[in-house]
Design a binder for this molecule. Structure first.
Ligand SMILES: [Zn+2]
Length: 186
């Protein structure tokens, strides 16, 4: 194994607080089969993020294609946080993926997603599909948070681009939410 491969095995991680987890899941389910989009607010460490809040962007143009953000809105959020937060900042964004015809929703970023991804930011995709069976919340081997709620199956995946580049290069970020995966002890 080369040194580069060893480094790549150290996957970056993002920890979801209960409020951010609930917001991402509920806002994604509410607009199913449209897409939701919003901001992630929290703390960025060297190779991990602590996501404290997820804030859906109310007036985003929701469509099957992709929802887009108003740049002024981002500036305003950062202005507010600069004055009130305890080290918290806007650390990225989230959006949902939904079924399209016979194609199931996945947490894989689309080309459009990658083109609009800001380098260094955490990106979370919440994929919503109809469930086939109920599962408890767990983190799979690819670092994707999986669970069911109501009639839906939810998958939450993260990705990140280190720097702007042409092509589809991105790194996975493992999504962790101990409050969701740990509450089903039996
Ligand atoms: Zn997308």
């Amino acid at each position: 194994m080369t040194k580069k491969e060893q480094v790549n095995q150290e996957r970056m991680e993002a920890y979801l607080s209960l409020p951010s987890f609930l917001t991402i899941v509920s806002s994604s389910v509410e607009v199913f089969k449209k897409e939701t989009i919003g901001y992630l607010i929290g703390i960025k460490g060297e190779d991990k993020w602590m996501v404290e809040y997820a804030i859906p962007y109310q007036t985003a143009e929701s469509s099957y294609a992709h929802a887009s953000i108003d740049e002024n809105r981002v500036t305003r959020i950062n202005d507010i946080l600069a004055h009130v937060s305890q080290g918290m900042e806007l650390i990225g964004d989230f959006h949902s993926h939904t079924v399209f015809g016979d194609s199931p929703a996945t947490v894989v970023p689309s080309n459009t997603d990658l083109m609009s991804t800001a380098p260094g930011e955490l990106n979370i995709i919440c994929a919503v599909n109809f469930k086939k069976r109920t599962v408890k919340w767990y983190e799979n081997r690819r670092g994707i948070l999986v669970g069911t709620i109501g009639e839906y199956r939810i998958e939450i995946g993260g990705y990140y681009v280190a720097e702007a580049c042409i092509g589809r290069q991105y790194e996975r970020v493992a999504i962790k939410c101990p409050v969701a995966t740990g509450i089903h002890e039996e």
